[in-house]
Structure formats: C-alpha cells, structure tokens
Design a protein around this ligand. Sequence first.
Ligand code: PRP
Ligand code: URA
Length: 207
Amino acid sequence: MPVHLVDHPLVHDALAILRDKRTAPDEFRRVATRISVLLAAEALRDVPMAAAPVETPLGPADARRIGSEVVVVPVLRAGLGMLDAVLALVPSARVGYIGLQRDERTAVASQYYSKLPNGLDDAYVLMIDPMLATGGSAVAALDLLARSGARTVRLVCIVAAPEGVALVERHHPEVDIYTPVVDRELNSQKYIVPGLGDFGDRLYGTV
Ligand code: PRP
Ligand code: URA
C-alpha cells in the first residue's frame, strides 16, 4: 500500500488551521508552507545519499549529502503553495511545472501548460499538489511525468480522498503518496468532505 500517512502533531496542528473556514489567505499561505516542509521532509526520507566527508574546525568528519538530483513538480495552480517549502529544504532542486484545471461542472482535468526539466529518469521527483480528490489531475500529471522518463516519483498532498488514492494506486502503483489524512468522501461536486474547500481559491483569495 503506497500511502504514507504523515502523523506528526505539527502536521495536524497546521492542517486544523487550513481546514478552518475563517483562515484568511495570508495565514493560509504561511501555514501551507509550514505543513509542506514537514510533508516534504517525510517524502524525502528515502532520497539517495552520498558520502561527503568534511573538515570541521576540529578535524575530519564523516558526512553525507543528498546524492541524487531532486526535481520538484508543482501542479498549477494550488501546488505552487507548497513549492517554497520544498525549495527551502532542497535549494538545489530543479523545478518542473504542470498546469491542470478541473472543469467546474464535470471535475475532469485538462492540461494547459507543462515545462519539465530533462534528466527526469535519474531524478528523485516530488510531485506536489495539495488536493487529491477524484485523482484525475494526479493521474494526468503522473502520466506526463512517466512519458517524460520519470521513474522515481513521490506524490505529496495535504488532503486526499479515498477515490483519488484508489485511482492513483490503480494507474501508478509505483508512486508513493504522502498525506496527513484520507478524508471521508467526495460530494456531488467532487470536492473532498470535510476537506478544506478549494485550495487554490483559498491560497490566492479568488473565492
Ligand atoms: C485542484 C487541486 C488538484 C485538483 C484535484 O486544482 O489543486 O490539482 O483540483 O482534483 P481531482 O483529484 O479531482 O483532479 P484545480 O483544478 O481546482 O485548479 P487550481 O489549482 O488552479 O485551483
Ligand atoms: N480541489 C480542491 O481545491 N478542493 C477539493 O476539495 C477538490 C479539488
């Protein structure tokens, strides 16, 4: 089962603020970054390391550095709210973008943009998209990453629905999902319940 439930008190504290309908965009953005740091750190737990001995002021020390290229791929637009967090953890990461928009009526995602770095086949790829609802957007983005050569992909989200998890598992069983929670269900408009509403709208104040 490739779902990792990130069960840290700080993650749940931040999630409570994101879920609260009274949280305004400025605080929502800050807390989205805070929770994303914690989630991304967990999703990077298996990143390959390489020996990198250093000299401390007192002599030689064994040390290790990240030994693989990290590529972070936010799914526009809401995924941008998680990007600074990953770049704070891995400043050398390269960034690819995938633009997807769900049709408000059908909830079917269509792609309007993509720009991916080359060399994805050897990279440790973190795809970031806060909401995994029907899973249509995630599967479309993961399909594109696979066609572009990515082989090691972690999906980091902030709220998932059972339907989205199942769809990703069916189409991309090789992809590990990192999320704090799998919520109860989707409503008739395919929003996650209880969820936190429309992440992109709350992030950017476009409600
Ligand atoms: C949201 C979210 C995901 C998608 C999840 O994006 O950020 O990409 O919906 O829904 P799904 O699992 O049913 O595909 P949205 O299409 O609303 O666009 P936005 O990020 O530009 O607001
Ligand atoms: N996208 C969101 O932003 N929220 C949901 O609940 C579902 C899709």
